[in-house]
Design a protein around this ligand. Structure first.
Ligand code: CAA
Length: 380
C-alpha cells in the first residue's frame, strides 16, 4: 500500500494552492458579500486546465486522474468554495457524463468547449418537488419524432445563469417510471428557455444558483445523451462521481478552517500565553486534525477506486457523508477558537462555516448518502 502522491500530483496540488492564494483569496470576502460570480477567476481556472481535468486531451481536457482532481478541489475549497463548485459541476456532472455517454458529434460540439473552460455547463435534475426523490420528475420531454418538446421548471441549479450548456433530466414516458426519463443537452438561448431569478443563499454566495423554466423548448433528438430512457441512470452514475468532488470540497473547507484556527491559536494570547497552550484549544485542534485526516483518506480512496475502474458508488457516498460532517463540525469549532473574531467576516471562518452547510445538501443530502451506503452494504 502506497499513500504517497506522485510528482505530477504534487505539482498540480501546488499549482492549485498558488492559484487559490494569489487569485481567489484577494476578493473572496467581497464576492461573498455581493453574491458576485468569480467570472475572471473561472476563466483563469480554464486556462490552467482545471475545468476539464479528467477529460481526454483530444477533447481539450487535461487527461488527469481523479486523485489530481480531488487535490485541486481541496486546495481551491480551502479558500473559495463558490469557485470550487464551478470546477466540481463542470468536471463531474457535465464533462464526465458527456465524455462517458455522449456521441462523437456531441463531444465535438460541446465537450471540447466545456473542457477548456471556454464555456461552462450546468446539471439540471432538481425540481421544486423532486430533489432527493429524483424519479419524480415533473419536467416533461415529449417525443415528437426528430425532436423533443421540453416543459417544466428546475430549481437550485448551480451555474444556472452563467452556463451555456445545460444537461436537463426530464420525463418522456411517465408509465415507465425511471426507465422513461431522458437527459437532453439544452443550449442557452433556445426559444422558450428562461433563466429565473438568482437565489439569495446562506453560503457559496459567489456561485450562481438559479431556477430555470422551459416552455415548449424544441430540443433536437441528436441532443439526447444515450439510449431512450437512459436519463435516470445517467443522473445516478454522474452524481456518484460528483459526490467525490463535493466530498473533496467539504474536505477543503474543513482543512481551510483548521489551518486558520491553528494559525490564530499560535498568535492570540489569553491568560498570559498563546491560546494554543490551553488544552481547551489544543484538544479542539487535535480533534479537527484527526477528523480531517480520516476524511482525506475516504476522499482519496473514493478517487482511487474511480481511477482503478472499481465501483465507487459506496466509497464516494461514504466520503461525502463523512467529509461534509467534518466540514460542518470543523468550521463551527474554528469559529469558536477565534472567539469574537470568528464572528467577523475578515477572519474568513464564518464564511467557511456558512459554505460548509451546502456540502450536506447538494448532490444528495447526508440522508441520501446513507440510503446509498445502507443499500450497498445490505445487498450481500
Ligand atoms: N449507477 C447506475 N445505476 C444506478 C445507480 C448508480 N449509481 N443508482 C441507481 N441506479 C439504477 C438502479 O440500478 C435502478 O435501475 P434498474 O431498475 O434497472 O435496476 C434505477 O437506477 C433506479 O434505482 P433505485 O430504485 O435505487 O432508485 P430510487 O428511486 O430508490 O432512488 C436514490 C435512489 C439514491 C434515492 C436517488 O434518487 C438519488 O440519488 N437521489 C438524490 C438525487 C440528488 O443527488 N440530487 C441532487 C441534485 S444535483 C445537484 O445538487 C447538483 C448541483 O447543483 C451541485
Amino acid at each position: 500500500m502506497d499513500f504517497s502522491l506522485t510528482e505530477e500530483q504534487l505539482m498540480i496540488q501546488q499549482a492549485a494552492r498558488d492559484f487559490a492564494l494569489t487569485e481567489l483569496l484577494p476578493e473572496v470576502i467581497e464576492r461573498d458579500e455581493a453574491q458576485r460570480f468569480p467570472k475572471e477567476e473561472v476563466k483563469k481556472m480554464g486556462e490552467l486546465g482545471f475545468l476539464g481535468m479528467m477529460v481526454d486531451s483530444k477533447y481539450g481536457g487535461s487527461s488527469l486522474d481523479t486523485i489530481s482532481y480531488v487535490l485541486v478541489m481541496e486546495e481551491l475549497s480551502k479558500i473559495d468554495a463558490s469557485a470550487s463548485v464551478v470546477v466540481s459541476v463542470n468536471n463531474s456532472l457535465v464533462c464526465w457524463g458527456l465524455e462517458a455517454y455522449g456521441t462523437e458529434a456531441q463531444k465535438e460540439k460541446y465537450l471540447t468547449r466545456l473542457a477548456t473552460g471556454e464555456i461552462i455547463g450546468a446539471f439540471c435534475l432538481s425540481e421544486p418537488e423532486a430533489g432527493s426523490d429524483a424519479t419524480s420528475q415533473k419536467t416533461t420531454a415529449i417525443d415528437k419524432g426528430d425532436h423533443y418538446i421540453l416543459n417544466g421548471t428546475k430549481n437550485w441549479i448551480t451555474n444556472g445563469g452563467t452556463a451555456e450548456v445545460y444537461l436537463v433530466i426530464a420525463q418522456t414516458d411517465r408509465e415507465k417510471g425511471h426507465k422513461g426519463i431522458n437527459v437532453l443537452i439544452v443550449e442557452k438561448g433556445m426559444e422558450g428557455f428562461e433563466i429565473g431569478p438568482k437565489e439569495n443563499k446562506l453560503g457559496i454566495r459567489g456561485s450562481d444558483t438559479h431556477s430555470l423554466n422551459f416552455n415548449d423548448v424544441k430540443v433536437p433528438k441528436e441532443n439526447r445523451i444515450g439510449e431512450d430512457g437512459f436519463g435516470f441512470k445517467f443522473a445516478m452514475k454522474t452524481l456518484a462521481g460528483g459526490r467525490i468532488g463535493i466530498a473533496a470540497q467539504a474536505l477543503g473547507i474543513a482543512a481551510g478552517a483548521y489551518e486558520l484556527a491553528k494559525k490564530y491559536s499560535k498568535e492570540r494570547k489569553s491568560f498570559g500565553t498563546e491560546i494554543a497552550n490551553h488544552q481547551a484549544i489544543a484538544f479542539k485542534l487535535a480533534d479537527m486534525h484527526t477528523q480531517i485526516e480520516a476524511a482525506r483518506h475516504l476522499v482519496y480512496k473514493a478517487a482511487w477506486d474511480k481511477d482503478q475502474g472499481k465501483d465507487y458508488d459506496l466509497s464516494g457516498a461514504m466520503a461525502k457523508l463523512y467529509a461534509s460532517q467534518v466540514a460542518m463540525d470543523t468550521t463551527i469549532e474554528a469559529v469558536q477558537v477565534h472567539g469574537g473574531n470568528g464572528f467577523v467576516k475578515e477572519y474568513h471562518v464564518e464564511r467557511l462555516m456558512r459554505d460548509a452547510k451546502i456540502t450536506q445538501i447538494y448532490e444528495g443530502t447526508s440522508e441520501i448518502q446513507k440510503i446509498v451506503i445502507s443499500r450497498s452494504i445490505l445487498r450481500d
